[in-house]
Design a protein around this ligand. Sequence first.
Ligand code: ZN
Length: 422
Amino acid sequence: MKLITFIWFIAILETTALASLNGSVRFEGFKVYRIETGDYAADLSSTFEDLAVVELSRNHGHGSLATIDIAVPPEYVAAFDTLDLNVTILSKDLGADIATEGPLGSYPELDDHGLPSLSWFDSYHAYGDHVRYWADLQAAFVNNSELIQVGSSFEGRAIQGIHLWGISGKNSKPAVIFNGNVHAREWITSIVVEYLLYQLVTGYKNDTTVQAALDNYDFYVLPVVNPDGFVYSQTTNRLWRKNRQTRDNTTAVGTDINRNWSVGFGGGGSSSNPGSETFSGYRPGDAPETAALMEFAQTLATDKGIKLYIDWHSYAQVILLSYGYTCDSFPPNIDRQISLASETAARIAQPYNTTFEYGPGCLVLYQSSGNGRDYMTDAAGAEFGWGIELRSTSYGFVLPANQILPSSIEIWEGMKYLWTNM
Ligand SMILES: [Zn+2]
């Protein structure tokens, strides 16, 4: 590994703004590489800080198996190829991938019960249509649900979702909380969470597994907790990750909402640099989205308690348990968590043989401090504070729309097992 050369190469990229056309960031000709970083992973991780290279994943794996995925602009592909790095080419043209992801879909027909048809899951959708979708689902399940708003984003959008309950009425059972699209570019997460919602709403009448789930737990489902970033990823930069928060004394935009929680704040796998993709903010909860989610979690924690939290991400195909901020300690119930995650992964694999790893996030993926699942575990008393990274390790964030239903179906299998057995 020619580390010095690599740092030089990245330094060049830093000076290069992404090509911009009509206000929209273009990725035509960007080549996507998986780099085998091996034992240099930690060095490269710090090298990536503050850099304009499009960083798609960080330090996935450990030791000689560690890899990082990056996208290289066309003007630097030749220079990159002369470096002595062990790489796999994941895509020859990221712009072409984005084109084949398909246009945002139109709003589907409603059936006799006012439910949008399953064609919703044949394409990705504009943010405004997502908001309408939640309202339509809720209206079709009016006696067992309500729309909720837990706060507002930096740009003033409502952070909203649906609260669902079963036979005992609302606010009577421990909470299950789902957060989708914390990271803006992870589009598959919100629509898979909506598939889970759809199954809950339509299954309560006759599916005993769904009945048991809603009778045993109050579900709080927030499909898009980073609405500003999500909108920006649809209008301007498909690969945007953070929120859209501006700060004094910097032109850099965006705080990583999943590094801004108070537990482990500021530790390894987060950055104090506003230009970093993992910028933690300056203080815990100084991103309005995180502040709202922490306050919401505290309310539920002191009410009926939190049974399960899942923060939905893509694309590592892994079930992440606490902790992310440290590799050296574990929640007291870690053995139980690992056994549940193991069988959940086995159920996810049943429909299509999709492999999901599982384990404490710091060990199985990488260190990440100030994340939501650690907060839920340590500060909100959640029995299971989890993150799940959806498919796909081969496609990355830009997943063709025909993968939405398979991804949803496999996760539904895992969730039915988890809710029944947790
Ligand atoms: Zn993510």
